[in-house]
Design a protein around this ligand. Structure first.
Ligand SMILES: Cc1ncc(COP(=O)(O)O)c(C=O)c1O
Length: 402
């Protein structure tokens, strides 16, 4: 592909593809743990920095052509320096924190984040001497108050998992940079097709590849895309030494999934919008959180900051937890399973599943009520997803539908 800057939909298809020995249109899977050196001298030169300059490969944990093809595609999509593919989204988040934090540092983190991120910061990083303040980052005054001299990272998930709270990234970048902190953003819910945090001032963006980017619920992976070469140079050795790199076959699958990302995201957004509107009007539903609804607190900001609301929504039924449980067991097409962003519609209960590891008071503070149900809307026929929810809601006891 030419060096011209292409539209994101085109990048999804062509970025990172490059050329190869046999002129294959799809980058081959280099399923190898190690690579031959021409000579001792060449091996030494690759170890001395030649591998990072693209002069050859050493060992798959340190770099692999199939993995690098995906890293390049994701860096182009996010507009960053270079990508670093990881074994999971959590590996991407852990590597980022490990690369930039030291004992005595302070982190400010959105309180509505993927549950294990709170455990990582309150557990492992607290043990290493890093203190974290969790804050409703959608409230800029609260975010400003939480950031202080000594804050090294402001970590934002927007929309947040699972409350869908929307944070102003440009404003957050200004607040973080004013004290010399980095802004790191988990862009998993949006993908670079809907939101590009680096263009809004973030320093590092990361994803769980497991979700929309791969899209087919058959790979666990992650990626980090820093804006600058300097940050890449801090992240690369941290990832290589900690060892949480992505395997070549998984990289191939994610790169394949990426090709249809634009089509899938358009369908996810359109169907989630219809479903959110349906749920909002349903008598059994107490409230719905979805940035595409004009009634959502994040609607106006989401319209400014993103090019679509995404495919995930959360809602609470009037009958609370009991009704939510009945709904999750009553659906027939939607699958009762954690994760999100795949082609199939998934339904789950954060308080007892993805966010069960969070302290109950932190969950409550973050708005993750015991009755909150999270729905990841798939690409099935939307009328059939709606009919499935309708029949499951109709089965709730009359009192819970009133
Ligand atoms: C927003 C977000 N970030 C990170 C992760 C962690 O990703 P992984 O499960 O690939 O480690 C998840 C998982 O659900 C997530 O939803």
């Amino acid at each position: 592909m030419s060096t011209k800057r292409h539209a994101p939909d085109t990048l999804c298809v062509h970025a990172g593809v490059g050329d190869n020995e046999h002129r294959a249109v799809v980058p081959p899977i280099y399923q190898t743990s190690t690579f031959k050196f021409d000579s001792v001298e060449q091996g030494a030169s690759l170890f001395a920095g030649g591998a990072d300059r693209g002069e050859g490969h050493i060992y798959t944990r340190l770099g692999n052509p199939t993995v690098q093809a995906l890293e390049q595609a994701l860096a182009e999509l996010e507009g960053g320096y270079r990508g670093l593919a990881c074994a999971s989204g959590m590996a991407a988040i852990h590597t980022t924190f490990a690369a930039f934090l030291k004992a005595g540092d302070h982190v400010v983190c959105s309180e509505s984040v993927y549950g294990p991120v709170t455990s990582l910061l309150n557990g492992l990083f607290a043990r290493l001497g890093v203190q974290t303040t969790f804050v409703d980052s959608s409230d800029l005054a609260a975010l400003r108050a939480a950031i202080r001299p000594g804050t090294a990272i402001v970590h934002i998930e927007t929309p947040g998992n699972p409350t869908l709270a929307v944070t102003d990234l440009a404003a957050a970048a200004g607040l973080a940079h004013a004290v010399g902190a980095r802004l790191t953003v988990d862009n998993t819910f949006m993908t670079p097709l809907l939101q590009r945090p680096l263009e809004l001032g973030a320093d590092v963006v990361m994803h769980s590849l497991t979700k929309f980017l791969n899209g087919h619920a058959d790979v666990v992976g992650g990626v980090i895309v820093p804006k600058t070469e300097a940050d890449w140079k801090l992240l690369r050795p941290t990832l290589n030494l900690a060892g949480g790199t992505l395997a070549p076959h998984d990289a191939f699958l994610v790169h394949r999934g990426l090709k249809t990302l634009a089509l899938r995201m358009a369908r996810h957004c359109a169907s989630a919008q219809r479903i959110a509107e349906f749920l909002e009007k349903h008598p059994a539903v107490e409230w719905v959180r979805f940035p595409g609804l004009p009634s959502d607190p994040g609607y106006a900001l989401s319209c400014r900051q993103t090019s679509g609301p995404g495919g995930v929504l959360s809602f609470e039924l009037k009958g609370g937890l009991e009704a939510g449980r009945a709904l999750m067991e009553g659906v027939e097409l939607a699958v009762l399973a954690v994760s999100l962003g795949g082609v199939e519609t998934l339904i789950q209960h954060p308080a007892s599943m993805t966010h069960a590891g969070m302290k109950p008071e932190l969950r409550r503070q973050a708005g993750i009520t015991d009755g909150l149900v999270r729905l990841s809307v798939g690409i099935e026929d939307c009328a059939e997803i709606l009919a499935d929810l309708e029949q499951a809601l109709a089965k709730l006891p009359a009192v819970q539908r009133a």
